[in-house]
Design a binder for this molecule. Structure first.
Ligand code: XMP
Length: 429
């Protein structure tokens, strides 16, 4: 193993993730583990140079104070206890905090600043090979950042022992399925099963207008299609997953409260029991992107804006029809093209179009035409809990309007959504 590691023991502090990031910012890899880790489990972790017992106000669980065992406190590597049984507390001042950390990590533990993507990838390749051996791994490859980076990492580690399944549910953006095939099958020479499930999904969704029901149908049908593909393949032992660190933190550790249940966990039926391979589970989102870049994935895939699992399905408002779905897809492609051309691509957090299920009267070639409106949305946010609206230049909005109303079939008006979140949400349903 190439990287040294500092272990943070989790006693429920909400600051554990911040601490892990601060240590990584100093160039040393860091992982958070449960406070009741056993000496054997600790010993099994590679290259541990030191332990930080990060106490704090949340050490009380069910009215009882939780402790770290004597064996761990007397571990054969240096242990720093903070906000724990009356000794050192974190200073307010960031510089002093950094001084304490670097004094401990580099001085006392003698760790080396050897955390970088090259070493991370080398270590993960070795760990994946150790875990998988000569067995086979299956991965649902959506083309999103996390699944694409996991795919690239697994391809590097085990090549054709990996089978990727890309399900086209018909709700992807223009060009996305083609790009997944080009990058993974053509360039990376992966085993890629492409499933055209467009008709299946659209048939199931026909006439369904309730947003939550639409989401449920899309989610359930996805699992069914993936399961069918999994059953066709012989001798699969492992399931690759693009779980990343925030998913795990938000799902709650033993001591931390559950913020929301993690959408990657669960889902597949009980009789399809695979062991999981989750090589990104200790990375934050920006680190996942850096990993993808280091593995040679194209920028468009690595810096892709967030895209909901149910895809364009939640932007084709009300009951989905093929014609209106095409209007969403084509208008979205124009918006993305214009944002890229005008330097907004890397600047705006999320932007898309939505098409409602009503028409209004307009004129086209001198005749009355009843067509749909198209809503443009462009927002900035840090955590998607609140969002502000991007101040898109008016001339650009007019240009996009002109293109959409001439190039997209069935659209006669374009509206720009000026509403922040709250009171709006980012999506329209
Ligand atoms: P809202 O609309 O709730 O969206 O302000 C916040 C963020 O979440 C994304 N989003 C989803 N992502 N499945 C997903 O994977 C969904 O059903 C879903 N709905 C919303 C949305 O795009 C935004 O980034």
């Amino acid at each position: 193993m190439k990287q040294d590691m500092i272990v943070i023991l989790d006693l429920g502090s909400e600051e554990n993730a911040r601490l892990a990031r601060e240590i990584r910012a100093l160039g040393v890899y860091s992982e958070i583990h449960p406070h009741d880790i056993t000496p054997e489990q600790l010993q099994a972790l590679p290259n541990v140079k030191g332990i930080i017992v990060n106490g704090g106000a949340n050490r009380i669980v069910d009215g009882e104070e939780i402790h770290v065992s004597k064996e761990i406190l007397n571990a054969p590597v240096p242990v720093l206890t903070v906000d724990y049984d009356g000794d050192l507390t974190w200073p307010e001042d960031q510089k002093e905090r950094e001084n304490i950390l670097s004094g401990f990590i580099f001085g006392l533990c003698g760790a080396e600043a050897n955390w970088n993507m090259e070493n991370f990838i080398a270590d993960q390749v070795e760990l994946i090979r150790r875990q998988v051996g000569d067995k086979k791994v299956l991965l649902a490859l959506s083309g999103g950042v996390d699944s694409s980076v996991v795919a690239a990492l697994l391809i590097k580690a085990i090549g054709k022992q990996l089978t990727c399944v890309h399900v086209n549910h018909g709700l992807l953006r223009k060009g996305e399925p083609e790009e997944v095939i080009r990058v993974f099958r053509d360039e990376m020479d992966a085993n890629l099963v492409y499933v055209d499930a467009v008709d299946r999904f659209l048939d199931k969704l026909a006439g369904v207008s309730d947003p939550e029901t639409k989401r449920k149908i899309i989610g359930a049908e996805f699992i069914r299609v993936f399961e069918e593909e999994a059953r066709k393949l012989d001798g699969i032992s492992f399931l690759g997953q693009g779980t990343i660190y925030p998913d795990i933190i938000e799902s709650g550790t033993k001591t931390a409260k559950v913020v929301k249940s993690h959408h990657n966990v669960g889902g597949l039926p009980e009789d399809l029991q695979f062991e999981l391979v989750e090589p990104l589970k200790m990375l934050f989102k920006d680190e996942v992107r850096a990993c993808g870049k280091a593995l040679g994935l194209p920028d468009g895939m690595v810096y892709r804006q967030p895209f909901p699992g149910p895809g364009l399905g939640v932007r084709c408002l009300g009951a989905i029809t093929r014609e209106r779905l095409e209007a969403v897809r084509e208008s979205d492609a124009i918006l993305r093209e214009e944002f890229a051309r005008n330097g907004l691509e890397g600047k705006v957090w999320q932007y898309f179009t939505a098409v409602p299920d009503f028409t209004s009267v307009g004129v086209r070639e001198g005749k009355r035409s009843d067509e749909w409106p198209c809503i443009l949305r462009a927002v900035n946010t840090v955590d998607a809990m609140t969002a502000t609206v991007e101040d898109v230049p008016f001339a650009l909005l007019q240009h996009i309007t002109k293109r959409i109303t001439t190039e997209v079939k069935g659209i006669n008006r374009v509206l720009y959504d000026l509403t922040p979140k709250p009171t709006g949400t980012i999506e329209w349903e």
